[in-house]
Ligand binder design. Structure first.
Ligand SMILES: Cc1cc2nc3c(=O)[nH]c(=O)nc-3n(C[C@H](O)[C@H](O)[C@H](O)COP(=O)(O)OP(=O)(O)OC[C@H]3O[C@@H](n4cnc5c(N)ncnc54)[C@H](O)[C@@H]3O)c2cc1C
Ligand code: FES
Ligand code: FES
Length: 482
């Protein structure tokens, strides 16, 4: 029997939503719109409806290992309601505790008051929620960690300094608060909801929303519903509704398929599940794959990285997808599965054009595989954008180099933002192969790069600027590796 309603905790309250008895709600109603439709939940705001401002930030808790809850800040404007099935949504209205007719603010709220961290107040509920997630996840965080937690929250008044100060002062108690006191009880409630693994099948006169919990079921549904729009984090897809006002009538949501969230790295190479979030990947890459870690450090914001997935990034096949240049120089394979078959396609063959791939209507990306490179391999990623954080790349690049006695024994150079897809600079690679890794040789190679690409001019930059950046990134790589 499939499940036809979604169940979650809203703050402390168990909620069940059946879409056929709530005409004002549909399965693609965003969490933001839902919350704002409720009495007493107007703290959450819509600023941009595209994941940029953080005014809509809420925190979602889900059951992790050993009954511990995992707290994540999310942009509620990009979350469809069924994505929170089996989770606890914590809103700004529920952070303070009421005791003996007194309101006791949560430590992050109290410190924000004491440091004068709010002025006009528009951003404040979102900032409070990002600080709350930080409080739950970090004890005495560094300034770098605090700034990362706040990257997805725009404030036009305070200049951020008092907010950072509030974070420094508040996060000193190992995340203890009224939520920790109830952790076991909450976790048990969520586990009880999640125990039912039959597919959520939400059908209304206008929408069909399918949310399977196993890979086998997801593949079967993909075969039965080839026209359904696949989503995982929905950070790309949700905007088709929130900004382009498109009616998304049939959705296959992979976000609850745990088999897509595994990873393995061993002597033969690595395999990453397509459903891993960018934040999970970033944690994995720390200390193991610095080039991946570096590019993920400038990927969106924490709220976006908590949602956005590896499979979504590859499948979007954007010429400025941040991870793609690295995957091109690593020659990764994309694992594609249908209910009947499995194939592995090299990434350069998977992406065939601007937002075009060879994915068939009955297939899903399940994983990415890559070889293990030799110890001496030099690997770097670069992203040039107008802002350092939460911005789209103007030009991005990944370079892989193996030297033997100062001579180029292996080289791969891939660029994003220079063509309609991510592209290797093959002529430049051929020129450099077997030559001495010297400044003179690299300066000659920089001239070849110019001839290999015909980038476009757009709002982000002119074509000439892109060419100069592409050349100079190679020089930067040389300086950093010579
Ligand atoms: C504010 C903001 C900032 C962003 N910043 C960056 C950034 O810095 N760098 C960057 O590269 N991108 C960025 N993005 C884009 C986006 O977050 C990424 O492309 C992300 O990885 C998409 O993953 P998702 O799971 O959210 O994809 P979804 O939106 O769920 O899906 C994207 C596409 O992939 C398909 N798909 C997803 N999973 C599968 C699967 N397993 N099998 C088959 N098809 C699948 C979907 O059908 C859809 O076509 C940003 C987006 C926003 C809104
Ligand atoms: S409304 Fe701006 S990030 Fe959601
Ligand atoms: S206090 Fe005004 S936008 Fe932050």
């Amino acid at each position: 029997m499939s499940q036809q309603t979604i169940r979650f905790l809203l703050d402390e309250r168990a909620v069940e939503v059946g879409f056929n008895d709530s005409p004002e709600l549909s399965p693609t109603t965003t969490l933001l719109k839902y919350l704002r439709s409720l009495p007493g939940h107007k703290g959450v705001k819509e600023g941009c409806a595209e994941g940029d401002c953080g005014a809509c930030t809420v925190v979602v808790a889900e059951s992790g290992e050993d009954g511990k809850l995992v707290y994540k800040a999310l942009d509620s404007c990009l979350v469809f309601l069924p994505m929170i099935h089996g989770k606890q949504v914590i809103t700004v209205e529920n952070l303070a505790v009421r005791k003996n007719n007194q309101v006791i603010l949560h430590p992050v709220q109290q410190m924000l008051v004491e440091t004068n961290g709010t002025q006009c107040g528009y951003c404040t509920p979102g900032i409070v929620m990002s600080l709350f997630a930080l409080y739950k996840n970090h004890h005495e965080p560094s300034r770098e960690v605090i700034e990362d937690a706040l990257t997805g929250n725009l404030c036009r008044c305070t200049g951020y300094q008092p907010i950072v100060e509030a974070a420094l002062k508040a996060c000193t108690n190992h995340g203890k608060d009224q939520f920790s006191d109830k952790e076991k009880e909450t976790s048990d409630q969520l586990s009880a909801i999640c125990r039912n693994k039959s597919t959520l099948t939400l059908k209304t006169p206008t929408h069909t929303y399918l949310k399977p919990f196993t890979l086998a079921e997801a593949l079967s549904l993909r075969g039965l519903h080839p026209g359904a729009l696949v989503i995982n984090g929905a950070t790309d897809i949700a905007m088709r509704q929130t900004k382009s006002r498109e009616l998304l009538t049939e959705i296959l949501d992979l976000s609850a398929v745990d088999e897509l969230k595994t990873w393995n790295a061993g002597p033969d190479g690595f395999i990453f599940g397509a459903g891993l979030s960018m934040e999970q990947l970033k944690k994995f890459a720390a200390g193991k794959l610095p080039a991946l870690y570096d590019i993920l450090s400038v990927f969106g914001s924490l709220q976006i990285r908590n949602l956005a997935t590896l499979g979504g990034n590859i499948c979007s096949a954007s010429p400025i997808g941040d991870l793609l240049p690295l995957f091109y120089v690593l020659d990764v394979g994309v694992v594609l599965k249908s209910a009947e078959a499995e194939r592995v396609v090299p990434i350069s063959g998977f992406i065939t054009g601007y937002h075009q791939t060879v994915l068939q209507p009955d297939e899903l990306i399940t994983a990415l595989t890559g070889p293990r490179h030799s110890v001496g391999t030099l690997l770097k990623t670069y992203k040039i954008s107008k802002r350092k954080n939460l911005d789209i790349a103007t030009v991005s690049a990944a370079f892989r180099l193996n030297l033997n006695d100062g001579m180029v024994a292996g080289i791969a150079l891939a660029y994003g933002g220079m063509a309609e897809t991510t592209k290797r600079a093959t002529l430049t690679e051929q020129y450099l192969s077997g030559k001495k890794w010297s400044r003179v040789v690299v300066e000659n190679a920089m001239k070849i790069i110019e001839s290999e690409f015909s980038p476009i001019s757009d709002v982000r930059s002119g074509a000439e600027f892109r060419k100069i950046v592409a050349r100079n990134l190679l020089l930067k790589f040389y300086v950093e590796t010579a």
